[in-house]
Design a protein around this ligand. Structure first.
Ligand code: DAH
Length: 344
């Protein structure tokens, strides 16, 4: 047994100096102790053998502890809850407390603020609707060819009329609801004056000017004696506020099922005098659709078209903002690219 104690002392001392700690388990002293066992008288072998095993276990524990310590010294701790691989370069995230509003949100707030000063209240649209609101209530009966112009995403699930639900392709989908919701205004001799800035969706081929998801602002104004001059003046005033300068505007005849007459509304290019890339050298920018609300649309909302008239318009917000900030590709808006977003 004394032999074992001596070996323990020698091996413990040597252990501290070993580079490869596990070599201690191959030490000569340990081998010799095992070699002693068969030479001992039979009755001593068991006790001696167990004592050698105890020493070997001690050494193994020391080796394991030393190896674990080496590993934890050389590797930095891993935070398994981190949202990205900590060995990778850290993404340049905006700290949450310094995040910015999306450029479209900033501009939507500005649009709502300008119309707000003109007496319009704002309502939201929706991301799923039925075909009654998207088409029928807007004077596109079933089978109307103009329905095809809207590249509408449809669900596989059908509504109570048996038609698939749609992802609204225009904010006009809210007209019928707005006219009904604010009907009481008319009875109180007040106008219905509502804007709906919200998302719309179209199944289109994507390019620098076409995105499947974009924003429109719808405007609806109904009262007694409303005429097209008021429509033109309202839009002109809005655009002059938005671009912060006096602007000439132009209306050309157009066709929408839900307005009669319908117009395509253009503004003088706010960025040049004699033609530039924004206006494709034409000095005019075709911006939006508008018109006098069709009597059938008023009737569908329970409003008597012989008493009340109104105007409506629908304007692409992305386009407004692209022109304002000279953004060349509409797809930047939904790209979530921080390099793009940080500019605003
Ligand atoms: N909904 C039309 C579109 O997306 C735009 C539009 C045109 C809206 C005329 C209107 C309107 O309210 O009167 O193409």
């Amino acid at each position: 047994m004394e032999q074992i104690e001596q070996a323990r002392k020698a091996l413990t001392e040597r252990f501290a100096e070993l580079d490869v700690k596990s070599n201690i388990l191959k030490a000569k002293e340990l081998r010799e102790l095992y070699g002693e066992i068969p030479k001992l008288p039979v009755e001593q072998r068991s006790a001696f053998g167990q004592a050698v095993n105890v020493l070997k276990n001690e050494l193994e524990t020391m080796v394991a502890a030393a190896e674990a310590a080496v590993e934890s010294d050389s590797l930095s701790p891993v935070d398994v809850t981190a949202p990205f691989d900590i060995n990778a370069t850290r993404p340049k995230l905006l700290p949450t407390e310094q995040g910015t509003t999306h450029p479209l949100t900033q501009e939507i707030e500005r649009v709502v603020e300008i119309f707000g000063r003109m007496g319009f209240v704002a309502e939201e649209s929706r991301e799923i609707d039925d075909q009654y609101h998207m088409f029928e209530s807007l004077n596109f009966p079933k089978g109307h060819p103009a329905r095809d112009d809207y590249d509408t995403f449809m669900t596989t699930q059908a509504d109570t009329d048996g038609d698939p639900y749609v992802a609204p392709a225009h904010t006009s989908t809210m007209q019928n609801r707005i006219l009904k919701k604010y009907y009481a205004n008319l009875e109180n001799d007040e106008a219905i004056a509502v804007v709906v800035p919200d998302r719309v969706f179209r199944n289109e081929d994507l390019d620098a000017r076409h995105e499947h998801t974009f924003y429109q602002v719808e405007g609806v104004y109904v009262a007694k004696g409303v005429h097209a001059g008021m429509l033109v003046a309202t839009l002109q005033k809005f655009l002059e506020e938005y671009y912060d300068r006096k602007l000439k505007v132009r209306v050309n005849p157009f066709y929408f099922p839900f307005t009669e007459p319908s117009f395509e509304f253009a503004l003088e290019c706010p960025f040049c005098e004699s033609g530039c890339s924004v206006c494709s050298q034409s000095k005019w920018i075709e911006l939006l659709g508008c018109g006098m609300i069709h009597p059938n649309v008023l009737k569908a909302a329970g409003i008597d078209p012989n008493v009340y008239t109104g105007f409506a318009f629908g304007c692409g917000i992305d386009r407004l903002v692209m022109m304002k900030h000279n953004i060349e590709d509409i797809r930047h808006f939904e790209s979530a690219k921080l390099d793009f977003l940080r500019q605003f």
